[in-house]
Design a protein around this ligand. Structure first.
Ligand code: CTP
Ligand code: CA
Length: 225
């Protein structure tokens, strides 16, 4: 029903969205993860589908239903998310990275469950850095030539304007969406600030569904061609 009342601003476009946290195994039953409900990414996926896009949603573990008409690919680790996103990015026109990717993973995940009693000391975990999914895809020829428009998200605890502007440039992307966390985690509303090469612009507090629609309008205005 909604579709009939929604302007089809993304008709014919393929949209890739990453959402939720990643989960990095320590052993078969334990791991580390990031705080993310996935709600913002899922709201964008739904809004993009309603605006006429063909949507692939690469999702870490979340407790959310799949938005109607969206193709969802479930992943656990950052490396799994990278592989799924790279595959979908080959055909996408727009990539929106909302996932809260774990920056590090345990260097050596144990094949068997680590037993408390087997050791007198606590486990000492060593970490290695995970791939940067957004920066990797933003560096591909399709993204660099403007065929694939890349949008990043950044939750900062402070200094939003300074950190988000620098992050946009570092990732090599035309648009970065910032918000002040962690007070927004899991909530149904949010407020966003858009950073591009012109400066920044605020989208005032609204539901994540409404912000998703506003964000997609802002993106469409910036798409090349
Ligand atoms: N991102 C990603 N892959 C990673 C880390 C981040 O794709 N390994 C994406 C996120 O999905 C988000 C953007 O990059 O769209 C910014 O994520 P953020 O965690 O804020 O940036 P980092 O570069 O990891 O910097 P830091 O966590 O130190 O602030
Ligand atoms: Ca990070």
């Amino acid at each position: 029903m909604t579709r009939y009342f929604t302007p089809q601003i993304l008709a014919g476009k393929r949209v890739l969205i990453t959402a939720g946290p990643t989960f990095e195994a320590i052993d078969p039953v334990r791991g580390i993860t990031n705080r993310s409900s996935g709600k913002m990414g899922y709201a964008i996926a739904q809004a993009a589908q309603q605006a006429g896009a063909e949507v692939t949603l690469v999702s870490g573990p979340v407790a959310l239903p799949t938005p109607r008409g969206v193709q969802r690919v479930d992943v656990q680790s950052a490396r799994d998310m990278l592989a799924a996103a790279e595959a979908a990015a080959q055909h996408a026109d727009l990539f929106i990275a909302t996932a809260a990717v774990a920056d590090w993973r345990p260097a050596n995940a144990a094949a068997q469950k680590i037993k408390k009693q087997a050791s007198a000391t606590t486990p000492q975990l060593e970490f290695v850095e995970n791939p940067d999914i957004l920066a990797t895809i933003a560096a591909t020829p399709r993204a660099r030539s403007g065929q694939l428009y890349c949008v990043g998200f950044a939750a900062e605890s402070d200094n939003l304007v300074e950190y988000a502007s620098a992050k946009r440039k570092r990732k090599g992307i035309p648009l970065l969406v910032g918000n002040i966390g962690p007070n927004t985690f899991g909530r149904d509303d949010n407020e966003l600030t858009l950073f591009d090469d012109q400066g920044h612009k605020r989208l005032p507090r609204a539901s994540k569904a409404e912000l998703a629609r506003q964000l997609l309008r802002e993106i469409v205005q910036r798409l090349p061609g």
